[in-house]
Ligand binder design. Structure first.
Ligand SMILES: C=C(O[C@@H]1C=C(C(=O)O)C=C[C@H]1O)C(=O)O
Length: 204
């Protein structure tokens, strides 16, 4: 595999292509808001905003948000914490040409979940999910390791991370959300039903 390609992920339209562990499948493929699902699987949910600022977008996301090259975007990165354990690393990019009319609530989100603004707005159109296995060397994996290290969590440097991403549109604005699932997500069990039940339901 060419070295440069470690920095890029191959994104697939079907979850089978990434061969994720069965227990992760319902997290990767679940519809609706991930925030709502994490809340239903934990006693306490929090969005920890790591930063929200201008940055250069990743090379494997530029085309998805209509950029010819990896140009500057608004970038927001968060840890979604369940019972204070980081369960998901969220990475969102919005092209600089987007306006406040496109995403009126994005710039002042702070520690409110982006999901609550996306899923509550009839003007927002949601695209289809894409899936990837992120290997060591991918920029998001490097950022996940850095975030977990600050928690005193050491993860195998060669660990694979499974991720999904989805494109949202509102007026002329595009917004790409990438969710990287962390090991702690596998410890969550639904407060209203078991994961096994979810899996059975998903298979139905
Ligand atoms: C898209 C959603 O929003 C979540 C919240 C995010 C944030 O606040 O930055 C980022 C990733 C998402 O998992 C959702 O809840 O489904």
């Amino acid at each position: 595999m060419r070295p440069g390609s470690l920095r890029q992920a191959q994104w697939h339209a079907h979850v089978n292509a990434v061969n994720a562990p069965p227990a992760l499948r319902h997290w990767l493929t679940g519809g609706g808001s991930l925030t709502a699902k994490l809340k239903a699987h934990s006693g306490a949910f929090r969005v920890q905003c790591l930063h929200q600022e201008t940055a250069r977008c990743l090379s494997d996301e530029a085309a998805s948000i209509g950029l010819h090259r990896a140009g500057r975007v608004w970038e927001r990165e968060v840890l979604l914490r369940c019972d204070n354990k980081p369960a998901v690393f969220g990475h969102t990019v919005v092209p600089m040409q987007a306006t406040a009319t496109d995403w009126p609530l994005f710039s002042a989100l702070g520690e409110r979940s982006l999901g609550t603004t996306l899923f509550g707005d009839r003007m927002v159109r949601r695209g289809t999910l894409e899936f990837a296995r992120l290997r060591a060397g991918h920029p998001l994996v490097q950022r996940v390791h850095a975030a977990l290290a600050l928690e005193g969590q050491r993860v195998d440097a060669q660990a694979l991370f499974f991720a999904r991403r989805c494109l949202y549109q509102r007026h002329q604005g595009l917004l790409l959300v990438t969710e990287v699932f962390l090991p702690a997500v596998l410890e969550l069990t639904s407060l209203t039903r078991t994961v096994a039940t979810d899996t059975l339901i998903n298979k139905a």
